[in-house]
Design a binder for this molecule. Structure first.
Ligand code: ZN
Length: 314
């Protein structure tokens, strides 16, 4: 059911619901927008709405044989096709065309979802064109893409364009905090990693990987201050490898680490231990993160942080 499948995509959902409730559905749709904004989830929900045998206000009833078949992943009139490796192979498209030529088995519609449609090779796209343009009655294509510019113009021009927008990180983080009881920093971390997708952020919050990253951040925080130079360089290497190409994620990881360092600072203060080195560690985080935001080389920011934490460099 489309309305429950995605959050924060009012425009996309509104456009599709209008088509569903009017019963005037297009032959081909393109769901486009950044990765992680719910395009695939929306495509699956839209397909089940289209195929439902007794829709309520245009959307799936959840009870008819069609809805049950969709839920079990065994609907004969629904095909979800994803690229085989780097691209769609011509044989995959031929199989789609073969299925297009068959009559619907359950109702009056057949739905073909092509996920990451920008990965159609020119040959595959060409083979598909005629069906996109003039499909048999009741046939509906739903293409998704986070890289619309890579689609051939001939394919683009045959699809109704449905835009998916990034959901604000803060809104997603607040949702994660509320639903999972995670702390503010961890919730933000999940939101950033999920690229604005509430569903993925929630899944991540429940993912053991999340716990592993937190352990990693705490482990690194535990070494600071008092890293050896070798440990500092090793930590920089590791983070550069993990997040070197994604400053936002790196910053989110540093947030988690900083949070752990702040925790150590509090404990040191409670125990009347010296806190100066913890305080200077904290200021290093702020400067390293500000460097990341100003596009300073990732490695420089990491070395500044970790060598600083090691006390090797003032
Ligand atoms: Zn139904």
């Amino acid at each position: 059911m489309l309305e429950n499948a995605v959050t924060g995509q009012d425009l996309a959902v509104g456009l599709l619901l209008a088509d569903l409730t009017r019963g005037r559905v297009g032959q081909a749709y393109l769901f486009h927008g950044p990765a992680g904004t719910g395009k695939t989830a929306a495509a699956a929900a839209f397909a089940s709405d289209l195929l439902c045998l007794s829709p309520e206000r245009g959307q799936a009833c959840g009870r008819c044989p069609s809805c049950h078949a969709v839920a079990e992943g065994s609907h004969p009139d629904l095909a979800v096709v994803t690229p085989d490796g780097q691209s769609f192979k011509i044989d995959q498209v031929r199989e789609v065309l073969r299925q297009v030529s068959l009559r619907p088995a359950l109702g009056s519609r057949k739905v073909f979802v092509l996920d990451q449609a920008d990965k159609l090779t020119a040959e595959a796209a060409n083979a598909l064109l005629k069906s996109l343009e003039d499909p048999p009655p009741g046939t509906i294509f739903v293409l998704t893409s986070s890289n619309r510019e890579a689609l051939p113009p001939t394919v683009l021009s045959r699809c109704l364009q449905i835009p998916f927008r990034p959901v604000a990180t803060a809104a997603v983080a607040a949702l994660v905090e509320k639903e999972t009881g995670l702390g503010e920093v961890e919730a933000r971390y999940c939101a950033v990693l999920a690229g604005g997708s509430p569903g993925r952020a929630l899944a991540l919050a429940k993912d053991p990987e999340m716990g592993a990253l937190r352990v990693k951040a705490e482990e690194l925080a535990g070494l600071a201050p008092g890293f050896s130079a070798a440990e500092a360089i090793g930590a920089g290497d590791e983070l550069e490898k993990l997040y070197g190409k994604d400053r936002q994620r790196l910053e989110a990881f540093l947030d988690m680490m900083e949070y752990a360092v702040a925790g150590r600072l509090r404990r040191a203060a409670d125990d009347h231990e010296p806190i100066e080195s913890w305080l200077s560690s904290l200021s290093r985080f702020e400067k390293a993160k500000s460097g990341l935001r100003r596009n300073v080389a990732v490695r420089l920011c990491l070395d500044f942080l970790f060598l600083g934490l090691s006390g090797e460099q003032q």
